[in-house]
Design a protein around this ligand. Structure first.
Ligand code: GTP
Ligand code: MG
Length: 171
């Protein structure tokens, strides 16, 4: 109805980075399952934040399902890319997925905003936002708005701050 903003977004990132846990934090409590399990394929979720009704495609990050991500890029008004800040061994794998995303026509040709969550900030030796930004060479992004927020999806730290940034960038 009038005055109600709607937004369709997509959340991607490697398996185990915390995407579903992040979305669960944003959902109404009664709709949240206590145990989060690896996503199979993808799941469409809804939540309301800062007067925006979000529809979110929660994609599986497992290797065999990553090829599904591009199928939904062109519909998304915004992207959330989640990184496990403590998974240093796979930072190069995550960067490679990010580069492929930027090369996909569904993203390349549309200047949708991108929110990065440097998730699992609570873990020892987690990389900081600026360390991840440096690894991912985010300063080279010049064709769209982007933002990186450190988060703990288990407690919600940083989560609303990040989503509110994204919400403000949406049409
Ligand atoms: P796929 O669906 O397989 O792509 O994974 P996902 O990115 O949705 O990850 P999921 O939300 O299933 O979380 C994976 C594991 O990380 C779970 O055991 C979560 O409890 C844990 N986890 C998520 N966020 C955090 C965090 O901020 N800190 C810590 N310590 N653990 C987290
Ligand atoms: Mg998941």
């Amino acid at each position: 109805s009038l005055g109600k903003k709607k937004a369709k977004i997509i959340i991607v990132g490697l398996d185990n980075s915390g995407k579903t846990t992040l979305i669960n934090y944003l959902k109404p409590p009664k709709e949240t399952l206590s145990e989060v399990t690896p996503t199979v394929g993808f799941k469409v979720e809804s939540f309301k934040q800062d007067k925006i009704n979000f529809t979110c495609f929660d994609m599986s990050g497992q290797g065999i399902y990553r090829e599904l991500w591009p199928e939904y890029y062109s519909e998304a008004q915004g992207v959330i890319f989640v990184v496990d800040s403590a998974d240093k061994l796979r930072i190069a794998v995550a960067k490679n997925e990010l580069e492929m995303m930027f090369e996909d026509p569904g993203i390349r040709d549309r200047p949708v905003p991108i929110l990065f969550f440097a998730n699992k900030k609570d873990l020892p030796y987690a990389l900081t936002e600026s360390e991840i930004a440096e690894q991912f060479e985010l300063d080279n992004i010049s064709d769209r708005d982007w933002h990186i927020e450190a988060s703990n999806a288990l407690t919600g730290e940083g989560v609303t701050e990040g989503i509110n940034w994204l919400g403000a960038k949406l049409p």
